[in-house]
Unconditional design. Sequence first.
Lengths: 265, 341
Amino acid sequence: MRRVLSSAIYALSAAIGLLAFVYPFLLDARATGPLGIAHGQDAPLVITTLVGLSLVALLVELQGQAISAKMVAMLGVLVAITSVLRFIEVAVPMPGGFSPIFAPIILAGYVFGGRFGFLMGAFTLLVSGLITGGVGPWLPYQMFAAGWVGLTAGWLSRFTFHVSRSDILILSIFAFVWGILFGAIMNVYFWPFAVGAAGRTWRPGISLGETLARYAAFYVVTSLGWDLVRAVGNVALILLLGTPMIRALTRFQRRFHFEVRTAND
Amino acid sequence: MIDVRAWLLWALTVLVAASSTRNPLYAVLLLLITVVVGVTCMPVRSRQASLSPLRFAAMAVPLAALFNGLTAHLGDTVLFRLPDWLPLLGGPVTLEALVFGATNGLTLTVIFSGFAVFNQVTPVHDLVRLTPRAFHEAGVVLSIALTFIPQTTRSLTRIREAQAVRGHRVHGLRDWLPIVVPLLVSGLERSMGLAEAMVARGYGAIYDRANLPRTQWLLALGLFSLLGGWLVWLFLPSWKVPALGGIVVGAGLVVGLLWLAGQAVPRTAYRTHRWAVRDTLVVLGCGLTLVTVLLPLPLADRATLGYAPYPRLTLPPFDPLIGLALLGLLAPAVITGGPTN
């Protein structure tokens, strides 16, 4: 029963997060008139509140499963290592959207599972935001999106064996897709409120097809080149670091399987 | 020293004020306010921002102007025309579109500048202390990560030096492999030692699982209510009241659970920060700005906030009352009076 409830909480908070990012695509022609305009005004407040609440609920659930000392320590140290990588990225600007933080998040989620991956992604963005001065209204969305990167990497491990070259190939494709998807998702959170040319901005009441076409035009013009660099960088890092990092993480995963019992047990 | 909660409210007020206007005069005023507050309140030794607001403005304003000028073919003052066969870019490039784009860049700069000040004036550990009690495990992870960052940086330097002694030089991405893998392994070894020490000291030994199913039920119910309420709000306009009810009930359940979970976690502080008069003054200053920007007050002309240069460029209007209300954001600078050690 606990597992079912836990899955339901994951699914519901993921649905709220997803809806917060993609709701402009779901509002079709029925939402024209005063309602549509009203949503254009109340949306930032409602969305930010809902994203915050679903992130809070997910963290309460993840903590409720009693995070062990082993998980806390490993998570803290891995987050520190990845945050240092982001610090290097900020200090030494790299081309386009290239960032060294996604490969460790993907590999950690892949080896330790979706729950660990979600926490690793969310905390990495939080801690690196704190040390690089990156705290801002974008942070909850970044935490959610990076958490999803780690979460989905954990699901991927069910279909592979952690040993073969084909696994690295699958992980590379996965990293490439997330390199693009992360940028596309992060754009959507502000796109409905962006102002600009009519062909590339959202207006309440337009159809799903028109919304997708407008967003595609906006994305191609503003972000595709930037995100492609990130996606290619992710692939390069997975090809380079994938095998040795998976080996190291798997070895420590086995070593962390110790259990402490009291004298009475 | 101003309380970190007052600073958080200040940064959020800058965000709300900047997002509420497209009038370049108000945007410039807000930018000047954030710069003055940053210069006045920034500690002498603070975290260095990776990018200063002025450098950000030097990039964001021209880029936004160029982008909007090339893609939004609106406005009467045509500067030149690009060939129509160019996809997206073809058409007239107008002065109005350039000005509107530059204003958008300016708004982004104000938001960036406000949060740059926030990041520089608030110590990281004060921010961690804002973590709700219910998230004490998340707080422990944060504390470990922040504590290990200097150690990890030192490890990185040591490993690079050791590899350099062996003749290793970093030229390309591949050359990072002999540095990153030892960094990862040494970090994991440290986490192993830390985990053993935590277990030996009884971390998590008194965890109470009795309330877990009830918490899970209520959380699931709260999220379901939030999601349902929001979907109804979006798609069924005639059910606005039940939709709002669903959102409020869901939010109440999640917040209530957070509060209850926090009550079960005792927290002690070696040095507590007391809320002082100066913090209240900062809150009042932010409140003045928020009320004027968000509420339809009879004396303030809020229409001046929504200036647009289309179809023909005119001078943006300026309401002195709104300008005065924005000066409420100067409260931290007035209270602090100069850089602190």
